[in-house]
Ligand binder design. Structure first.
Ligand code: RP5
Length: 183
């Protein structure tokens, strides 16, 4: 099988383009999938725990200075009554992508509804609950950034091509790897 390299060299010292924020350290087990995907695509990013209700002043300062610091997209993950993405979006004109973290009591439906149901005027691009949403937030950030940064667009296209190849190379779920001609 031909393998396609999708990774660009990731240099953590490059100026971050994506701000990845989350309401609690406990959100990292979900949001790390966003960080891994950004890293895989070679997208410089920074990671911070910033809580809408525990550190509201920090959130305002972070979101209102994000654009002037060179960030181009924010990814905000939170769980429960998840104000973080909406409040961040209220303080910046940058695109904000919201990731609902799966909560223990309501399985993340509370997080999802809190993030997705923004009243008209201040949008949050809301992704799926949990790992899929975190991964897709990074991929959507790449699509947004790709309009301006050709190397990110190329990395995203390579990622998609590799994903397609992986499925086509292994069509029979009973076997690993290449298709088998056994009945
Ligand atoms: C939210 O409350 C966080 O985003 C997290 O998902 C949830 C629980 O936080 P911890 O009590 O685990 O810090 O602010």
């Amino acid at each position: 099988m031909r393998t396609v390299s999708t990774s660009l060299p990731y240099n953590p010292r490059m100026k971050p383009l994506v701000g990845l924020i989350m309401g609690s350290r406990s959100d990292w087990e979900t949001l790390e999938f966003a960080a891994q995907t950004l890293e895989h695509l070679g997208i410089p990013h920074e990671v911070r725990v910033i809580s809408a209700h525990r550190t509201p002043d920090l959130l305002f300062e972070y979101a209102s200075s994000a654009e002037s610091r060179g960030l181009e997209v924010l990814i905000a993950g939170a769980g429960g009554a998840a104000h973080l993405p909406g409040m961040a979006a209220a303080k910046t004109a940058l695109p904000v992508l919201g990731v609902p973290v799966e909560s223990k009591t309501l399985k993340g439906v509370d997080s999802l509804l809190s993030i997705v149901q923004m009243p008209a005027g201040v949008p949050v691009g809301t992704l799926a609950i949990g790992k899929a949403g975190a991964t897709n937030a990074a991929l959507l950030a790449a699509a947004i950034l790709g309009a301006k940064h050709p190397e990110i667009r190329l990395a995203l296209k390579r990622f998609r091509a590799a994903q397609t190849e992986k499925v086509l190379a292994s069509p029979d779920p009973r076997h690993d790897g290449e298709a088998s001609d056994k009945p």
